[in-house]
Write a protein that binds this ligand. Structure first.
Ligand code: OGA
Ligand code: MN
Length: 304
């Protein structure tokens, strides 16, 4: 039987997070026992890699639903507000976000209105809305021959390895989650760049987040773009910048990181935005890189 629970193989990366799952074919139904085993593997390893999944968008959405209700990506609203419709920068399925490096004439470029071909800085998806998705599930359709690796850092470890005095200092703090720019630094459609910290739009989320499934505490930094951007709610500018500089350096250390460097079409990566940050390396921009991403299980971050 396809997708039998006892045929699943979970192969940890050996790094601080991540595992490859074998024995799953998302063109076939996935039963309750297998779904439970996949969710357990996700809670344990934080990032799951599935390979050789030659599937449609509808099957991608169905696979996402095994881990939480699929949701519309937060950036879509900015495009829709500009009158953009499917075929004009937004996907036909609202639950699919297209991560592409194509320019307006369909040719690969370094910079476009999305994530382009350049670096995509460390972040947690959609942290700029009140109820960010627990998970993101990214599927490769077309990938360049080199570059464009996607890397992840374990934010449980980032929290646990903070000096005790820092843990005490950050307990109960919240930070503003800047909604103005995407992870390539591009201003979203229709948005004016903030001039002061007081102008920065977005929700405040807890800096230390309780994971509802594992009960563990994770550092939840979310996103920080060029100044003025993220700040600690209620703190003055200098104090906030100093703490955030320290926390971002700490949270993105190589010892917490594992990366997927050999993307192939049909690869899918599922990550947990509640306890992981991710980053994409730049690539040369000479080849097409087309990924489809779903978001699933929107929830309000719980302060730890
Ligand atoms: C994303 C993202 C990573 C990539 O899909 O959320 O940040 O590898 N992209 O393109
Ligand atoms: Mn992202």
């Amino acid at each position: 039987m396809a997708n039998a629970a006892d045929a699943l193989t979970i192969i940890p990366t050996g790094g601080p997070l991540g595992a490859e799952v074998r024995g799953v074919d998302f063109t076939q139904p996935v039963g309750g026992q297998t779904t439970a085993a996949l969710n357990a593997a996700w809670a344990e390893h934080l990032v799951l890699l599935f390979r050789d999944q030659d599937i449609s968008d509808a099957q991608h959405i169905a696979a996402s639903a095994l881990f939480g209700p699929p949701a519309v990506g937060a950036s879509r609203a900015y495009f829709e507000k500009q009158g953009r419709a499917p075929g004009d920068g937004v996907a036909a399925h609202p639950e699919i976000a297209v991560i592409s490096n194509l320019g307006p004439d369909g040719v690969p470029v370094m910079e476009n209105e999305g994530l382009g071909s350049g670096e995509d800085v460390w972040h947690s998806d959609n942290s700029y809305i009140e109820t960010p998705p627990a998970g993101s599930f990214l599927r490769a359709l077309e990938v360049p021959p080199d570059g464009g690796a996607t890397s992840f850092t374990n934010q449980y470890m980032a929290y646990e390895t903070l000096p005790d005095e820092v843990k005490t200092r950050i307990a109960g703090l919240r930070t503003k989650q800047d909604s103005t720019r995407n992870s390539a630094g591009v201003l979203r459609p229709g948005v004016t760049a903030p001039q002061t910290l007081a102008d920065v739009p977005g929700p405040d989320h807890p800096l230390v987040r309780l994971h509802p499934v594992t009960g563990r505490k994770a550092l939840y930094l979310g996103r920080r773009r060029i100044f003025p951007s993220q700040y600690v709610t209620g703190w003055d500018r200098a104090e906030s910048e100093e703490l955030l500089d320290f926390l971002w350096d700490h949270a993105t250390q190589a010892k917490f990181e594992w990366g997927h460097h050999d993307w192939r079409p049909g690869d899918m990566l599922l990550w947990d935005n509640r306890c992981v940050m991710h980053h994409r390396d730049a690539h040369a921009g000479a080849h097409r890189r087309i990924m489809h991403r779903t978001q699933l299980g929107r929830e309000k971050p719980i302060a730890a």
